[in-house]
Design a protein around this ligand. Structure first.
Ligand SMILES: Nc1nc2c(ncn2[C@@H]2O[C@H](COP(=O)(O)OP(=O)(O)OP(=O)(O)O)[C@@H](O)[C@H]2O)c(=O)[nH]1
Ligand SMILES: Nc1nc2c(ncn2[C@@H]2O[C@H](COP(=O)(O)OP(=O)(O)OP(=O)(O)O)[C@@H](O)[C@H]2O)c(=O)[nH]1
Ligand SMILES: [Mg+2]
Ligand SMILES: [Mg+2]
Lengths: 279, 292
């Protein structure tokens, strides 16, 4: 048995470390948490597995809560969110979900189809605009993404629209020229509307392993990420990379995607997330 | 990298004459850490290390003047073997049209891969039909239609309200009567936890009896790669894997995990967003990359 005579054994700590590794928190975080729980056990003399898992959940929740922040909105005028991230993470779908949420509150939404590169990217966003009753601003395929973002912010200001959601093309953080393009899109938005974008949301696929940390590091540095959305947590992956991102980079996890429908978006709940890691 | 870390471990143990099993264990701990950092599944790492240990307890290693190099050599060889030894081609044997179906998690790169495969086959002079069985994702059918135009392939689909298996049957008929050499079916992204969607995957397979049933996997996938691949393999019977987005800096340990649990060959690697960014998979290059 894992606890012998009420003491925590090395076997149990090994198993605990494996549960953490299995959830993609990464080796560094797993080993650090293992050391901390060992210390904690010396102090508190934990008697049962339930107690120990409880303390572990607490530690993970604290790491996530420590950097948490709500989604920002503009004090007046349009709020602008830019969604960024690597290819296929779930940016376009998350924009659809955010639009659904704001429309549900009676707010007006403009979607900027600033992915002018990928096949049918604008058509995909147009479907979401139709589904959510949002306006879409799009240019020709291959046109300058900054110009699309510019037009969308301009339109929002002149029409008194509440929210602008800027969809960007998937891009690997390893591609310098694409990261420069992203910086330009964000600069253009900021020049047109001071204080914007109010959120640069990094979308991370919940099935991602340790590369998610590299992604977050580079996007944070280049694009000034203000919050993270972890998608696809309705799959079997636990999204533990969120822990590494919060712990090492101090980025707040703000949203979670749990499916492909318009209402499959949740505010990040650190406690629930920590609990699910050990479920 | 790993070589330096292993060399460091063995340097500490030098001057003791012949190495012991305990020394090998210490060295293999470094290998274990490296593989976990590379996202190889922790169970696969455990089995892999046991395999490597067995091979490392030989006179060749224990009495070597350069044991670190010997261990790395064994690790690399075992990995290359697991990853499929040498590159395996697409199976297009039998009467045309050869049927290829692509499956995978949401966003793994299936639709783009369908276009790349089509271009690749077109370059060898084959007539290719691309069929979209994705009636769920907004503009998925249009996305594949554009890729068909770009790759010089034919395109087929039906109204989004149609059952994907019925679209598959229709696509197969068109491929047969239209004298296509290969017909590639793009399916909707799905998670293996969705029973209904996994049943649909099996029905698509039953509708067209594929020569190749391929799992399209993102190179950055983490620990769950094993469970995902196993579930798809059990449900539809995979014949091969395609690894995508290896133009990233992901170490790609998922490739090793999947190769280990399914035993199926990784046939291609997708190396970018353009249709030309597509190569035959090289196990030796992947092994070096995973080891880091
Ligand atoms: N199961 C599940 N699927 C999701 C979730 N979020 C997005 N997806 C799916 O993931 C796939 C990719 O989503 P997109 O929104 O196109 O991703 P993207 O980041 O815009 O992709 P690119 O623009 O090509 O880089 C689609 O099939 C979505 O339906 C989620 O939370 N759960
Ligand atoms: N950098 C890079 N991007 C890729 C590669 N393969 C595909 N992509 C991109 O990844 C994103 C997702 O590709 P899709 O082909 O839409 O993926 P999918 O599996 O069909 O997605 P769903 O149908 O929603 O499940 C797109 O932005 C592609 O351009 C690759 O090898 N490298
Ligand atoms: Mg998109
Ligand atoms: Mg697709």
């Amino acid at each position: 048995s894992i606890f012998t005579g009420g003491r925590v054994t090395q076997e149990f700590l090994d198993e605990l470390e494996e549960v953490l590794i299995q959830s993609d928190v990464g080796l560094k975080a797993a080993m650090a948490l293992r050391d901390r729980i060992q210390e904690e056990n010396k102090k508190r003399n934990l008697k049962t597995p339930e107690e120990l898992f409880g303390v572990m959940e607490e530690m993970v929740a604290e790491i996530l809560e420590g950097v948490s922040e709500p989604l920002r909105t503009a004090p007046s005028g349009p709020t602008v969110y830019v969604l960024v991230g690597v290819n296929g993470a779930g940016k376009t779908t998350t924009i659809g979900k955010l639009a659904e949420r704001w429309r549900g509150q009676g707010k007006s939404v403009i979607m900027a189809a600033a992915d002018t590169f990928r096949a049918a990217a604008q058509e995909q966003l147009a479907v979401w605009a139709k589904r959510t009753g949002s306006t879409i601003i799009a240019h020709q395929s291959g046109s300058d993404p900054g110009a699309v973002a510019f037009d969308a912010v301009r339109a929002a200001i002149s029409r008194g629209v509440d929210l602008v959601l800027v969809d960007t093309a998937g891009r690997l953080h390893t591609k310098g020229n694409l990261m420069e393009e992203l910086k330009k899109i964000i600069r253009v938005i900021g020049r047109e509307l001071p204080g914007a974008p109010h959120e640069v949301i990094l979308v991370i696929d919940g099935t991602t392993g340790q590369n998610g940390l590299n992604q977050a590091r580079v996007f944070a540095e280049a694009a000034g990420v203000t919050g993270v959305c972890i998608t696809k947590l309705d799959g079997s992956s636990k999204g533990g990379i969120a822990v590494a991102i919060a712990d090492e980079l101090g980025l707040p996890i703000k949203l979670v995607g749990v499916g492909e429908s318009a209402d499959d978006l949740r505010d990040f709940d650190a406690r629930a997330f920590a609990k699910a890691l050990f479920a | 990298g790993l070589s330096a870390r292993l060399a460091g471990v063995f340097k500490k143990l030098r001057g003791k004459g012949k190495l012991s099993e305990k020394d090998i264990d210490e060295a293999l701990r470094e290998v274990r850490l490296s593989l976990l950092e590379a996202d190889v599944n922790f169970k696969v790492v455990r089995e892999f290390i046991a395999q490597v240990k067995e091979k490392s307890l030989s006179a060749e290693v224990l009495e070597s003047l350069t044991p670190a190099q010997q261990v790395i050599k064994i690790v690399h060889e075992e990995m290359v073997e697991l990853l499929g030894g040498k590159a395996k081609p697409l199976d297009l044997s039998g009467n045309p049209p050869a049927v290829v179906v692509l499956y995978g998690l949401q966003g793994s790169g299936k639709t783009t891969t369908a276009g790349k495969l089509a271009l690749n086959l077109r370059k060898s002079g084959r007539r290719v039909l691309l069929v979209s069985c994705d009636v769920y994702r907004p503009a998925a059918q249009r996305q594949l239609e554009i890729l068909a135009e770009k790759s010089g392939a034919g395109f087929f689909t039906m109204d989004p309200g149609t059952d994907p298996a019925a679209i598959a049957r229709g696509g197969y008929e068109k491929a047969r009567t239209g004298a296509y050499d290969v017909v590639i079916f793009d399916t909707a992204g799905r998670t293996q936890l969705d029973d209904e969607m996994m049943d649909e995957a099996a029905r698509i397979r039953d509708a067209v009896s594929p020569r190749e049933s391929i799992l399209v996997v993102d190179a950055m996938t983490g620990q769950e790669a094993c469970k995902v691949a196993q579930a798809f393999d059990e449900k539809v019977g995979l014949t091969g894997i395609i690894l995508t987005k290896i133009d990233s800096d992901a170490r790609g340990g998922a490739a090793l995990s999947i190769a280990k649990v399914t035993g199926k060959p990784i046939k291609f690697a997708s190396t970018g967003e353009k249709l030309e960014d597509f190569q035959v998979f090289h196990p030796d290059r992947m092994a070096s990359r995973i080891l880091g």
